[in-house]
Design a protein around this ligand. Structure first.
Ligand code: ARG
Ligand code: ZN
Length: 889
């Protein structure tokens, strides 16, 4: 384990590698206790640099021998590196033999055991835990891999590329030899040795080539792989259609792994996945799970071009592949969803994630630019900023150059950089060069500040209508908040999509001063300075501006609109995102007012009526209604105020839910009755929208009934829970009971456990459901503490740890932030305990106290004390140390 204070790695210190590794010939004698790794590398000196020693990365390895061109050679260990003085020849062969212990590898980085199988995870720096290497993404080699092992334990032996040979060996072992023709960085290397079965499918792509697709899982799970396979096929078709990017492999494999630190990994031709993002059947997975599988399968598949064919020069460029690939998977999911309203529903979901995860990050101690400047542990920078904000940066380029322009930019990017390890600048340059007349090309340097400056920009907008001149002048300005290590920032380029509505809700044609004719009813203004004015002509009456449509930039908007304005947008905006946003803001205004007064919320009739008419609006997408009738989350609201009191916030929001449940009871009943799915289960946008709204209605009806002591709806929920034929409805009904703290919740939970105790992914839901229940008198926190002692709770399994602990601390503020500080004590204990097992998981968990400075007292001081207690531990991993130290800075 890496311990102590690791020095900062800085982007500006980048140096090209002193040596290249051209080919890597690896042999694994596989065994869970002790695997022998024999490596033969063809190395060339980088002649552009002065001669220097060869320095190889290695971590937790047991070295047996080192040969250069077949001769033993002297070497030394320095700062965790294996150093060999410069060999005389410019090209030579290096042979290394070492052993590793997969079963002792609880970090799940490098080669590790999960269940009875062996699996690898190498991104970012896991390969050095397998053998000594130049473990950096700009060193690309052609790999040949021989795997040898016990055929009973490891009947399936996989690595990247193509299977070139297999057979039996003396002594009862068998072997498989794989060759990957594409040079690749070590982080894309993968090995699997396990007892697995595969769903297989041959597909023919446009070029006429046949490809073998395989989804590997453990024996009993084959019937849960259909959706993953369908998602893979859909991804292949989509990437060819939208970006003309074909599948370049004869064989493409997906393998499901039960113990996995993240979602999935795009190893060339051999994607490794968390089981959560592969396995699904209607009886065991929810609509959300089906969606998650579709988007993660797509994400990893799209990486084959944006990540594998063109990779990152160094880890500071991580968003080059992650931001772009998230953008691509978001677009794919929107295209799969189909209708414009289904697209908007996806967009709202993506923006919610951005605001609830990335905005807090940008406002806290871990704030960093999309292209970070420095890190201690690179694993700490697989963040919402690099992924989700990075995707928004790509989306803004798409907005600025248009759909065809973006496709042209992608084509130029691949024409220039296929097979290379490049930087974020290279991508932006290709986009600009392919669109020379665009605002992106015209202001490329300003635009690129999105990569360099951290923090969420504040966009202010104020409009004035001039009755005499019949003009409407919109003044846009931006402020960029200081973030750790960055102040005095420069203006960024902010695309502001907008429309103007009359107070009756009619969209007006938009003609800017100096233009000959109106250009439609929606357009994009480009703000590049601190402040700019835009004057629209032919405006005969005062208007309501609908700004930042479809969330055209990742900023916080202050447009000064009144509740009356917001009601106009909620009722009439043609932009579905802004309709939803107007409803959220009306709700937020009410929550904030109640927080400010310290009084109980009394919802006003106009708000309730607006919600009612939205719920009842004919022809409006049920999935959209469900989102619009969901109150802003406590996490989101907490970011909109300072000195947050999580208990008070929870009380206020719960009281609002009670009122919405009671005031709209007849409407919720109607919604439940009218949104039942007829016919067999399909996880598509249409059916899942119906289920989402029906389940929301059920939860509200059970809530209202629990308040009044009426037994019918809770009884119906229990019945639905028992009879449901799919997990979405079963869990929806269970959650309705649990969420209302109804007495039927306990028997339902017990029944659920009895039914699903042998299915780990469903059991995760059982833990999660209890950890995210709305807190009431400390019961939820007490239940989580009890569940930590449950025989099925395992801290070392990341999915289980996330289901119980991460959900409590990162998603259930009122259960976690307690006036007696018990939540923080638990947090500190578990950070320390987890860190000894799995630093990547622990440092991720540690981040749930990132925003402690935004808390009111007594929470703030208590949180600080808990963080300081962790900081005082001498034996912390560098991953966790970095998070903890930043939190205290
Ligand atoms: N590249 C993977 C993906 O997003 C994730 C790898 C995460 N690695 C890590 N050390 N957190 O598809
Ligand atoms: Zn990715």
């Amino acid at each position: 384990m890496r311990e102590g204070t690791t020095p900062l790695v800085r982007r500006e210190d980048y140096l090209a590698p002193a040596y290249w590794i051209r080919t890597a010939d690896l042999t694994f004698d596989l065994d869970a206790a002790k695997t022998i790794v024999s490596s033969k590398l063809a190395i060339e000196r980088n002649s552009a640099l002065p001669v220097q020693p060869l320095r190889l990365h290695g971590e937790d390895l047991n070295l047996l021998r080192v040969l250069v061109d077949g001769q033993s050679v002297s070497f030394r260990h320095e700062d965790g590196l294996l150093v060999i003085d410069a060999p005389a020849a410019d090209a030579f062969t290096l042979e290394i033999r070492n052993t590793i212990s997969p079963e002792k590898n609880t970090q799940l980085s490098g080669l590790y055991a999960s269940g009875s199988g062996l699996f690898t995870q190498c991104e970012a720096e896991g390969f050095r835990r397998i053998t000594y290497f130049l473990d950096r993404p700009d060193v690309m080699a052609v790999y040949t891999v021989t795997l040898r092992g016990d055929p009973k334990k490891y009947p399936v032996l996989l690595s990247n590329g193509n299977l070139v040979e297999q057979g039996t060996l003396d002594g009862g072992k068998h072997f498989a030899k794989w060759h990957d023709p594409f040079p690749k960085p070590s982080y894309l290397f993968a090995v699997v040795a396990a007892d697995l079965v595969a769903r297989e499918q041959w597909v023919r792509t446009r070029s006429g080539k046949e490809h073998l697709l395989q989804v590997y899982v453990t024996r009993g799970d084959l019937d849960k792989t259909e959706h993953a396979m369908n998602s893979l096929i859909a991804s292949i078709v989509w990437d060819e259609a939208r970006f003309k990017l074909p599948l370049d492999l004869e064989r493409f494999m997906i393998v499901a792994v039960p113990d996995f630190n993240m979602g999935a990994m795009e190893n060339k031709g051999l994607n490794l996945f968390n089981t959560k993002y592969v396995l699904a059947s209607p009886a065991t997975a929810t609509d959300t799970d089906f969606d998650g599988i579709e988007s993660v399968v797509a994400h990893e598949y799209f990486h084959n071009w944006t990540g594998d064919r063109v990779t990152c020069r160094d880890w500071f460029q991580l968003s080059l592949k992650e931001g772009l690939t998230v953008f691509r998977d978001q677009e794919f999911s929107m295209d799969m969803a189909g209708s414009p309203s289904a697209r908007a529903v996806r967009r709202i979901g993506d923006v919610r994630v951005l605001r609830e995860r990335q905005f807090p990050e940008d406002a806290g101690p871990m704030a960093h630019p999309v292209r970070p400047d420095a890190y201690q542990a690179i694993d700490n920078f697989y963040t919402a900023t690099v992924y989700e904000k990075g995707a928004e940066v790509v989306r803004m380029m798409h907005t600025l150059v248009g759909r065809d322009g973006f496709a042209a930019g992608m084509a130029l990017y691949f024409e220039r950089h296929d097979g290379q390890a490049v930087t974020c600048d290279d991508f932006a340059q290709a986009m600009a060069d392919a669109n020379p007349a665009s605002a992106l090309a015209g202001h490329l340097d300003i635009f690129k500040r999105w990569y360099a400056q951290a923090g969420t920009p504040r966009l202010s907008a104020r409009g004035t209508w001039n009755a005499e001149a019949a003009t409407y002048t919109l003044t846009l300005s931006q402020q960029l908040p200081d973030t750790p290590g960055q102040s005095g920032k420069q203006p960024q380029l902010i695309p502001v999509a907008l429309g103007l509505l009359t107070r009756e809700g009619q969209a007006l044609p938009l003609q800017l001063q100096g233009e000959d004719a109106p250009q439609g009813t929606e357009r994009v203004l480009v703000l590049t300075e601190g402040e700019q004015c835009f004057t629209f002509t032919g405006i005969q009456a005062d208007v309501v501006p609908s700004l930042l449509r479809n969330f055209s930039a990742p900023v916080v908007l202050d447009d000064g609109l009144t509740d009356a304005d917001l009601l106009v947008l909620l009722a009439h905006d043609s932009d579905a995102f802004n309709r939803w946003e107007a409803g959220q803001r009306l709700a937020l205004n009410r929550i904030k007012a109640a927080l400010g007064h310290g009084e109980a919320v009394q919802l006003d009739a106009p708000f309730i009526e607006a919600m009612r008419s939205l719920l009842r609006e004919p022809g409006l997408d049920p999935a959209f209604k469900e989102l619009a009738l969901t109150l802003p989350s406590e996490i989101y609201v907490a970011e909109q105020v300072s000195d947050v009191d999580p208990q008070r916030l929870h009380t206020v929001r719960e009281a609002m839910l009670d009122q919405l449940a009671t005031a709209l009871q007849a409407d919720w009943t109607w919604a439940w009755d009218e949104h039942q799915v007829a016919g067999g289960y399909r996880p598509d946008a249409e059916q899942s929208g119906l289920r989402a709204l029906a389940n929301r209605a059920l939860a509200m009806l059970v809530r209202a009934a629990t308040l009044s002591g009426e037994p019918v709806w809770p009884g119906k929920a229990y019945q639905r829970f028992k009879d449901a034929t799919n997990m979405t409805d079963r869990l929806g009904a269970l959650e309705a009971l649990v969420g209302a703290h109804h007495e039927l919740a306990q028997p339902a939970l017990e029944r659920f456990y009895a039914l699903f105790r042998h299915d780990p992914l469903v059991l995760d839901k059982w833990f999660m459901l209890q950890a995210r229940a709305p807190e009431k008198n400390g019961q939820v926190f007490a239940q989580v503490k009890a569940l930590l002692k449950h025989p099925d709770f395992k801290l070392g399994n990341p999915n289980r740890a996330r289901a119980l602990l991460f959900v409590l601390t990162a998603s259930n503020p009122a259960a976690f932030h307690r006036t007696d500080a018990a939540g923080y004590v638990l947090w500190a204990d578990k950070v320390i305990e987890m860190d000894a097992i799995n630093p990547q998981l622990a440092s991720r968990f540690a981040r749930s106290l990132d925003r402690w400075r935004n808390l009111a007292e007594p929470y703030r001081s208590a949180a600080r004390e808990a963080i300081a207690r962790v900081a005082a531990k001498a034996e912390l991993s560098s991953d966790t140390r970095e998070i903890i130290e930043r939190a205290l800075q």
